[in-house]
Ligand binder design. Structure first.
Ligand SMILES: Cc1ncc(COP(=O)(O)O)c(C=O)c1O
Length: 383
């Protein structure tokens, strides 16, 4: 039997909606974005950052959607952050002109892709390092591509993920960067404390970020004493933004979730100093089965990330009971109106970033109309 070669191209599936469609005609399950809420969140955080003298570098990993990134830039962001080289390539191809990879690269192949991207005219590109080997690999890649890159030394300010722990390590890396001139140049520090963003209490978050600011200040002072200029300190995010804005250490904020929002962030005690952020992201599902005891929706674990808890119905009289691969079971509480078969329901996700990663399109709507349908970078961009 002769077996035909499998096609190498992904088959094209149509987007779940078109601009102008009524919202309740969206094909489900679909990722949807309330543009009034998202625009208001973006404007509020950018306004507050500007008042504090801070730049916003929107974290594109939250949505991986070039169209949304360009809107954030149009609304005043200086550019985007990404975690992956593929994301940097995707955002650059769409026209984002200032990109920071807030992550460490080790593989020569990834360093070479980044170094080649750095040669794109008009693109300002940088990456993080926390080991001399990354410096060496990036410098070699830039030499081969005949390009230059800026780098930030990532310091651990409490996150206990990437980042150097001692001033001596930072000084050694800064010296390695200096030796790699003109291929590499030190831009500054990355000081990111993501765990602090999800501490529930206002005082707990303030305390954790005050300690992070103290650590970042010590590293900056030591590097400057060593003769290394620190022009930027990048970090922070949606949950701890007012604390970083008030600390006087950070020069740019890497907020990502603010344009979308999720239940996990809404579980934080509201900081009166923070902009009021509205839930903008949702997943639209349709009712495909119903009984007196419950109804079944057509999106499950393949539509919602549940690492931060189950999604929630917007109508509080309906409770999400369970999710399986393709289904969500919801049950009525007192006063709930019966659901109709085919009825569209938007649920709020527990965690926005990994939920977006399960979808190919963002359907942007205002009121009851679809305004825009934007592609999300493919999951292969996670490399
Ligand atoms: C390095 C870095 N910066 C910024 C962010 C953005 O955080 P948020 O989406 O909570 O604003 C993240 C999110 O995980 C991150 O890993």
């Amino acid at each position: 039997m002769k077996i035909e070669a499998a096609p190498l191209q992904q088959p094209a599936f149509p987007p779940p909606a078109r601009p102008g469609d009524p919202l309740d005609a969206v094909d489900t399950p679909a990722l949807v974005l309330d543009l009034d809420a998202s625009d208001a969140n973006v404007a509020a955080l950018h306004r507050q950052a500007a008042a504090a003298g801070l730049a916003v570098r929107a974290h594109g990993k939250a949505h991986r959607c070039p169209a949304l990134a360009l809107r954030q830039v149009a609304a005043g962001a200086i550019g985007v952050c990404v975690q992956k080289v593929g994301e940097a390539e995707g955002f650059a191809a769409a026209g984002v002109r200032d990109i920071l990879v807030t992550n460490e690269l080790v593989d020569p192949s990834k360093c070479q892709r980044l170094a080649r991207l750095a040669g794109q005219p008009g693109l300002r590109l940088a990456a993080c390092v926390d080991d001399p080997l990354q410096v060496q690999r990036l410098a070699e890649a830039c030499a081969r591509a005949d390009t230059r890159l800026e780098v930030l030394i990532e310091i651990d300010v409490g996150q206990k993920r990437c980042g150097v722990e001692t001033v001596e390590q930072a000084l050694a890396i800064a010296a390695a960067i200096q030796r790699a001139a003109p291929r590499l140049a030190l831009r500054g520090l990355q000081a990111y404390h993501g765990r602090a963003q999800h501490l529930r209490g206002v005082a707990e978050r303030a305390d954790a970020i005050a300690r992070a600011a103290g650590v970042a200040g010590e590293f900056r002072a030591a590097l400057e004493r060593g003769g290394f200029a620190i022009r930027e300190i990048s970090g922070g995010g949606t949950g701890s933004f007012p604390n970083e804005a008030g600390a006087g250490i950070w020069t740019e904020i890497q907020a990502g979730s603010y344009a979308l929002m999720d239940l996990d962030y809404r579980a934080n005690a509201a900081d009166p100093a923070a902009p009021q952020l509205r839930q903008a992201l949702g997943v639209m599902t349709a009712v495909i089965s119903r009984r007196a005891s419950h109804a079944v929706l057509d999106g499950g674990l393949k539509s919602f990330a549940v690492d931060s808890g189950l999604p929630a119905m917007r109508d509080p009289r309906w409770r999400v009971v369970s999710l399986s691969d393709e289904h969500t079971v919801v049950e009525p509480l007192a006063g709930a109106q019966p659901l109709e078969l085919g009825q569209r329901l938007i649920l709020d996700p527990g965690h926005c970033d990994p939920t977006v990663n399960l979808h190919d399109w963002i359907v942007g709507y205002r009121g009851d109309r679809v305004e825009a349908v934007w592609p999300i970078l493919p999951r292969s961009a996670s490399r």
